[in-house]
Design a protein around this ligand. Sequence first.
Ligand SMILES: Cc1cc2nc3c(=O)[nH]c(=O)nc-3n(C[C@H](O)[C@H](O)[C@H](O)COP(=O)(O)OP(=O)(O)OC[C@H]3O[C@@H](n4cnc5c(N)ncnc54)[C@H](O)[C@@H]3O)c2cc1C
Length: 381
Amino acid sequence: MERTIFQDTHETFRRTARDFMTREVVPHYADWDAAGLVPRDIFRRIGELGILGMQIPAEYGGAGSDSFLYAAVWAEETARAYVNLGGFSAHLHIVLPYFLAYSSVEQRRRWFPGLGSGALMASIAMTEPGTGSDLAGMTTMAEKRDGHYVINGAKTFITGGINADLVLVVARTGKGANRRDGLSLLVVERDMPGFTRGRNLEKIGLRTQDTAELFFQDVRVPEENLLGEEGDAFSYMTSNLPQERLGIAVASQAAAEAALATTVGYVQDRKAFGTTVSSFQNTKFELAACAAEIEAGRFLVDRALVAHDAGELSAADAAKVKIFTTELQGRVVDRCLQLHGGYGYMREYAIGRLYADARISRILGGSTEVLKTIVAKSMGL
Ligand SMILES: Cc1cc2nc3c(=O)[nH]c(=O)nc-3n(C[C@H](O)[C@H](O)[C@H](O)COP(=O)(O)OP(=O)(O)OC[C@H]3O[C@@H](n4cnc5c(N)ncnc54)[C@H](O)[C@@H]3O)c2cc1C
């Protein structure tokens, strides 16, 4: 069915994105996969296309758009090329919105040009070895001393943690009546003394995405690097989550579509019992069932994108969209891999990588279980 959410300008941008993937990403992708991260320079090249600065105000070199649709087009074209661009999505979908919403004029002058050009890549560090889903349980401390916050603690699973120039660290600056009180957002810069990066963690999928442990030992962060108000980080995280979850939903939906596309091609080439795999009724039924589910997911995501641009995507609705699309992605990649036989289990085949990459979608950015509690709450349960 026809999609109606994109205009000509989006389709022009789609062609640019597609061309970029073909020329600058796909030829090098096997090397990046083996290295465990994308080269830092690729972000500057992406920055030249304008996508990193799309939502940054024009006075700081951006395009000043408040639409998420260009980011969605980019995510779709990334999936269509069967690639992953490391910390790119975390930077654009998750971290940048905090800077856009909560930075002061001085901070905007300092960071916006770099964030929009790719000269500065940013990560967000919430998760700790002892706390993930339960964000209010964070123990990383930031004590106020002589015009600085002194950070001590450790974070883990940080996307883009190796390549990042700025890390938005959520740390405890005080105590309150509620566990959610007293958390603040502090911008830690690349070379601050006491800030060290651990290893690039060995994952079962998303091999080009650097995911790191970060350590903070008496890191002195000037007060000017506090983003927003001291103690308000929990409410900031809550209000940014719908976009984070929508971004994951867009990527999951696009990955499911990519899995179907590569499988439709594969089964028409592969022969068994003197005929093509595509001629078996089971193959047709499996792929038809995937196509029907994908169509439903597509309409849900498109509806959510429109609602988000209109400022109407609620936390519960974003949770529903993420649950639906990430579970859909899991089912589709599994069925598609099955139709590849043993070749599907090989990383050199796109479906093998899509299968391994898909598994984390149901966990990060709010696991399916945690999201169900949000939806249930919205139902009065
Ligand atoms: C590849 C990757 C990239 C990541 N990127 C980042 C990043 O950039 N920044 C960052 O801060 N974090 C990042 N994370 C961390 C990610 O957000 C957490 O892994 C996630 O929030 C889950 O936390 P956890 O791993 O501690 O699991 P836990 O919270 O320990 O959960 C374990 C299990 O318990 C379930 N559970 C937890 N609470 C409930 C509940 N109330 N009801 C029912 N079930 C529940 C969960 O659903 C899960 O099944 C990343 C993780 C990975 C693997």
